[in-house]
Design a protein around this ligand. Structure first.
Ligand SMILES: [Zn+2]
Length: 363
């Protein structure tokens, strides 16, 4: 299982400040952690951290990608009368999950805590109470009473904002709860795989590149530059999957279940995976009795969407961890699923030699 030290690193990563375009704090945590075991660590010019482990052969190059940006906001203005902040989303948000949530605004004078203000029910007409308030009509309250006060606190247009949400484990440590699992859990899995390769002196006839990519939530941007830098022969995007074991979700909309194993994604709106690779992943999981689930994401994209069409194409697959309530302040996932995703990825890395990988695109 994922050990205590790794859980502490995961907590640090999840609680760090890093909305799309502002990932430096999270990237620094990743960079520091991987230095202990990676053969090489670089940061590309968009800000993604790339860390490698050399096996017995330079090729094939295997890319394990997980994005470290989280969904957040940027300040779009300060209300003239009240000093409250308006904001634009960084990534996809459902308006209904926002009211009364705590946020952190990062300013040049430091972090400022705030809450997305909501009218008390006493002031709402019955009609108003039934309606969803739209983001464009929401405000962040940082405790200021005027525009001047807000400006004195250092807040200005373009400042980034993230959910304030602490990490914890529940159900006797079996489940984890917190923000930004999407997709720091993916970056964490890539890091764990490389750490176990190095510390366990595991034999692999390839070179492995872990990547903590940036700006996924605003259009898979980090994956584009990482794919160019690494030039991979095969890629695994490590991601969250939408756990469908939530009331109101129909099975075909989100077939995966928390705790039933990592998912092998068969389709999303950004990629149809290489079928030979998909079958290889399924066969490997079956042979090793690693639990897995086949999934389909009818609306959603991952870094693999860019990686698989980089250069002349790159066989790619998405391995996911079923996660409840993504793109909100608090998600829940199973640490057993995380462990099995690490195991499956590690076993694939051990098997990806020249012959196997060439076979994915052979005619
Ligand atoms: Zn996302």
């Amino acid at each position: 299982m994922v050990d205590k030290k790794a859980i502490n690193l995961l907590k640090e990563m999840l609680e760090s400040f890093g909305p799309a375009g502002f990932e430096r704090e999270t990237a620094t945590i990743v960079k520091k952690a991987v230095k202990a075991y990676a053969d090489d660590v670089t940061v590309d010019k968009l800000g993604s951290v790339i860390f490698s482990h050399k096996g017995t052969s330079e090729r094939p190059k295997i890319l394990l990608a997980g994005h470290i940006d989280e969904v957040g906001f940027v300040v779009s203005g300060v209300d003239e009368k009240t000093g409250f902040l308006t904001f634009n989303p960084l990534g996809g948000w459902w308006d209904q999950v926002l009211l009364s949530q705590r946020v952190i605004v990062r300013t040049e004078k430091g972090d400022v805590h705030g809450v997305i203000s909501a009218k008390p029910p006493h002031l709402l007409s019955p009609e108003e109470a039934k309606k969803v308030v739209e983001k464009k009509n929401m405000y962040i309250d940082i405790g200021a009473t005027s525009k001047k006060e807000t400006e004195q606190m250092g807040v200005k247009i373009g400042d980034p904002v993230v959910p304030y949400s602490l990490f914890s484990t529940i159900r006797n440590g079996k489940l984890a709860m917190g923000k930004a699992f999407d997709d720091r859990i993916g970056a964490f899995i890539a890091m764990e795989v490389v750490r176990r390769l190095a510390e366990g002196k595991v034999k692999h006839a390839n070179t492995v590149y872990g990547a903590a990519t940036v700006q996924e939530e605003v259009g898979l941007r980090g994956a584009t530059t990482v794919a160019h830098v690494v030039d991979p022969d095969v890629a695994i995007a490590l991601e969250v999957d939408i756990s469908g074991d939530v009331p109101g979700v129909r099975a075909h909309e989100a077939p995966s279940r928390m705790g039933k194993g990592p998912t092998i994604c068969t389709y999303d709106t950004s990629m149809i995976p290489n079928q030979a690779l998909k079958q290889f992943v399924i066969n490997t999981a079956k042979r090793l009795k690693i639990p897995f689930q086949l999934s389909i994401v009818s609306a959603g994209a991952t870094d693999a969407g860019r990686i698989h069409i980089s250069r002349a194409g790159c066989p790619s697959i998405v391995i996911g961890v079923p996660t409840r309530h993504i793109h909100s302040h608090v998600g829940i996932l199973s640490l057993e699923d995380v462990e099995n995703a690490i195991k499956l990825t590690l076993e694939l890395v051990k098997r990806f030699d020249k012959k196997i990988v060439n076979g994915f695109t052979a005619f």
